[in-house]
Design a protein around this ligand. Structure first.
Ligand SMILES: Cc1ncc(COP(=O)(O)O)c(C=O)c1O
Length: 395
């Protein structure tokens, strides 16, 4: 059977390059022939510690011989430990484990609606933001502000009022007696790495408190050290009521989390659940990830690597007259000016480098948090001649 025939058994949900990866290690992915790609996508900001990190592999291996899934009807030691660790680190009070970022956000939406029933006379509407991204379940697609989602799968789940990102007055104007929460990403990742300003986040915290609303932060992409602090909101001296995590929490193993302050933890028996939620196999993996990310010096190293990467990108920007470098930690973006970012991604792939273009003229960089300085330099060295060629074509 050739590769094409094999691919055809998969539902085709996006265009993929004709490569089949068979192994990975650290910052590299390999196909069966041993061809290597330097990976600055890392599972879409997922592989916190790179491909197949020893600590996670060991945790999974050990746990797989102890207990994989006793069912969510029973407590297990790994879920209890992980919930305690996360609440201690985040300042939240309780956790519900999920299997994906979308499921964690779906849980946050349900929690807000339940809270509205109990505490705000049945209020159920949630303010979300233009170009925000919260997942691909029907409710999270409805909460998402991505224009391409608008015509899809209608009718959508009602109850999401979308306003421009960064516009505090628009948020205030959108609040009515049915509003229960404001939900946003502290850095809009899929929109092209657009950070919320410090003033906006502080303003939202003040506004939601004044109006008695929940502030819900989607840290699925920004959480677990990605932006240089364990959670992005810690850089803005605010405490949200609800935080969702996914991606980096399991470093490639599917686990996500919905965390909330005690006053927002209002699920009752029967409101929420799921067969695989909080199983000890994935919780053991997440505990190993947290141990690495909270170890001495890890986050300051992420900040140093971020500085090195952003300086390299600034240098490219100046040299080829490109746009701005944005983001925080190891979630960075470079606007490519007139140059087609999708075409660059394709050329980079052919040159052995995996990159992502969330917008037609934006490249996004989301390497492993333990990427090395030589790997960053190698990535820049592959990218630089591609810009040179593209710039020559444009002049
Ligand atoms: C901010 C944000 N929220 C939610 C999601 C959805 O997560 P998942 O794909 O794990 O469902 C993503 C995925 O890209 C994301 O970036």
């Amino acid at each position: 059977m050739d590769m094409k025939t094999q691919h055809s058994a998969l539902m085709q949900i996006s265009a993929k390059p004709d490569i089949t990866f068979t192994s990975g290690s650290g910052s590299y992915l390999y196909d069966a022939a041993g061809n290597a790609w330097l990976d600055f996508v890392q599972g879409w900001a997922v592989n916190t510690l790179g491909h197949c990190p020893e600590a996670v592999a060991q945790a999974i291996c050990t746990q797989s011989r102890r207990l994989i899934n006793p069912s969510p009807a029973f407590y297990n030691d790994q879920a209890i430990q992980l919930a305690n660790r996360l609440t201690h680190l985040s300042g939240m009070d309780q956790v519900f484990f999920a299997n994906s970022g979308a499921e964690a956000n779906e849980g946050a939406i349900k929690l807000a609606r339940k809270w509205g029933q109990l505490h705000r006379k049945g209020a159920w509407k949630i303010i979300t933001f233009h170009n925000g991204f919260h997942g691909r379940t029907l409710a999270t697609m409805s909460a998402t502000g991505k224009p391409a989602f608008e015509p899809l799968f209608n009718p959508k789940v009602p109850g999401f009022t979308k306003v421009p990102f960064g516009d505090l007055e628009a948020v205030e104007a959108a609040i009515d007696e049915h509003t229960v929460a404001v939900m946003l990403e502290p850095i809009q990742g899929e929109a092209g790495v657009i950070p919320a300003s410090h003033e906006f986040l502080q303003g939202l915290r003040r506004l939601t408190q004044e109006h008695g609303l929940l502030l819900m932060l989607d840290e699925v992409q920004t959480g677990i050290g990605r932006t240089g602090s364990l959670f992005c909101y810690q850089q803005h001296q605010i405490e949200p009521d609800v935080v969702t995590l996914g991606k980096g929490l399991g470093a490639g193993v599917p686990i996500a989390a919905l965390m909330a302050k005690a006053h927002a933890c209002c699920f009752e028996y029967g409101d929420q659940g799921g067969t695989f939620n909080g199983n000890p196999l994935v919780c053991a993996a997440a505990l190993a990830v947290l141990e690495a990310v909270t170890s001495a010096g890890f986050l300051s190293q992420v900040q140093a690597l971020s500085q090195h990467l952003s300086q390299g990108l600034e240098h490219l920007s100046t040299r080829f007259n490109l746009g701005k470098v944005r983001g925080a930690g190891l979630l960075l973006a470079l606007d490519t000016g007139a140059i087609d970012a999708q075409a660059l991604v394709k050329q980079a792939l052919d040159a052995g480098l995996l990159l992502n273009a969330p917008r037609p003229h934006t490249l996004r960089f989301m390497p492993a948090l333990n990427v090395s300085v030589p790997e960053i330099d190698k990535m820049l060295a592959i990218l630089s001649p591609l810009f040179e060629q593209a710039a020559a074509q444009h002049s």
